[in-house]
Design a protein around this ligand. Structure first.
Ligand SMILES: Cc1ncc(COP(=O)(O)O)c(C=O)c1O
Length: 381
């Protein structure tokens, strides 16, 4: 079946945060959702569930756990037991719970920077200090500088917050890099939370995602992994997510932290998630082909613009663009004034950058590139 990722849907009239934040003359390419309708198999499952007409309290369908367990085994050779799985209404809730469940008020968290802002907000909200692990460019990839982090360790660190694939930057960590992260965690006796929400969005054909917890039993026993179909099948507004916690004591602490505060997942979201993981592979493959073309077009256009530089992301639909060569104080504001709403790099920890969401139609991307070129032309570079 052919899928069309170039049809323009009107999202301004659909309560979309992405399309309603800025005035109509601004192209929104910021928050991480895509401009495409979700996979037909997800729509069909939702229609069927809606037609049932009753939306009382639900239980997690057995089919969801069966599908997820099968999926993790087949794709990542990771054998997960049903009791390790905990449903959540969003990964960000999970990040916040991990900080509260696994650290004491006097203990610090660690996170790579630049990073998706809820990583540091989760620590701030729980009144925990956070130490940063700098991301450095190494052969075109943003990777963690664990030696630099090592030099800053004080002994009060407890939670290492990983993001794989990395947002922003799109790095897909290789096995040796993950083993180094595990060795670091073991050396400092850290619990590891691994946000793997973008793991089905690998754009480089030869790469494979390796779940941190699948490295070995030691990694499994000190980790919580977060996954969700929300980014890949564009159902972030539904939010169904999973925490995977093999260690019973960590699971118990996580369950206590969520009690009475974080609700279960609603029945429609569970239906959508089950259908996406069970039947959504052909759609995902077509999506990846479209995203690869978009990434390649955007990145070569940007690298031909004076003052801008970008490393093509190995995964995600988010380009992390270095605008430090532009003669402007605030690149995010500069592009906004030229009709483009990107994500400000400042929110991720580096104000010289902007993050561009290229999960849109070819026509939208063409328009964005044209606006960028016109904007850059005003700089006289
Ligand atoms: C790394 C990462 N984690 C979590 C989320 C959001 O998760 P949720 O919407 O399930 O809370 C995002 C969204 O962009 C993300 O990039």
């Amino acid at each position: 079946m052919a899928f069309n990722f170039n049809e323009q849907s009107d999202r301004r009239h659909s309560d979309s945060v992405k399309w309603n934040k800025y005035p109509e003359n601004v192209l929104p390419m910021w928050v991480a959702d895509m401009d495409f309708p979700t996979a037909p198999c997800v729509l069909e499952a939702l229609h069927q569930r809606v037609d049932h007409g009753i939306f009382g309290y639900g239980t997690t369908p057995d089919a969801l756990f069966e599908v997820v367990i099968q999926h993790l085994k087949q794709r990542y050779q990771w054998e997960v037991k049903p009791e390790w799985l905990i449903t959540l209404p969003g990964v960000v809730s999970g990040l916040n719970l991990a900080v509260r469940a696994f650290t004491e008020p006097h203990q610090r968290t660690l996170a790579p920077v630049p990073i998706y802002p809820p990583f540091y907000k989760a620590s701030q909200l729980a009144d925990r200090a956070q130490q940063t692990i700098p991301l450095v460019l190494n052969q075109g990839r943003c990777v963690m500088d664990l030696d630099a982090a090592q030099a800053e360790m004080r002994g009060d660190e407890k939670l290492l917050m990983l993001c794989n694939p990395q947002n922003p930057g799109g790095t897909v960590y290789r096995r040796d890099e993950l083993m180094a992260q595990l060795a670091f965690a073991e050396r400092h006796d850290l619990i590891v939370s691994s946000d793997e929400i973008h793991c089905e969005l690998l754009l480089e054909p030869g790469l494979t995602h390796i779940p941190f917890a699948s490295l070995n039993e030691r990694a499994a026993q000190r980790s919580v992994t977060f996954i969700s179909p929300s980014k890949t099948w564009n159902i972030a507004g539904l939010g169904a997510s999973l925490a995977i916690i093999p260690n019973p004591e960590l699971r118990r602490r996580f369950a206590i932290a969520r009690q009475g505060i974080v609700p279960g997942v609603d029945v429609l979201s569970l239906t959508a998630a089950t259908a996406a993981w069970r039947d959504g592979e052909p759609w995902r493959q077509a999506l990846l082909a479209h995203l690869r073309r978009q990434r390649d077009r955007l990145c070569s256009a940007i690298n031909a613009m004076p003052g801008l530089q970008v490393m093509p992301p190995e995964a995600t639909y988010l380009a992390w663009v270095d605008a430090s060569g532009l003669p402007v104080d605030d690149p995010w504001r500069f592009f906004l004034q030229h009709g483009l709403a990107f994500s400000p790099g400042k929110e991720f920890g580096d104000e010289r950058f902007v993050r561009i969401n290229f999960a849109c139609s070819e026509a939208t991307l063409d328009e964005a590139i044209a606006r960028m070129q016109r904007a850059i032309a005003t700089c006289g570079l």
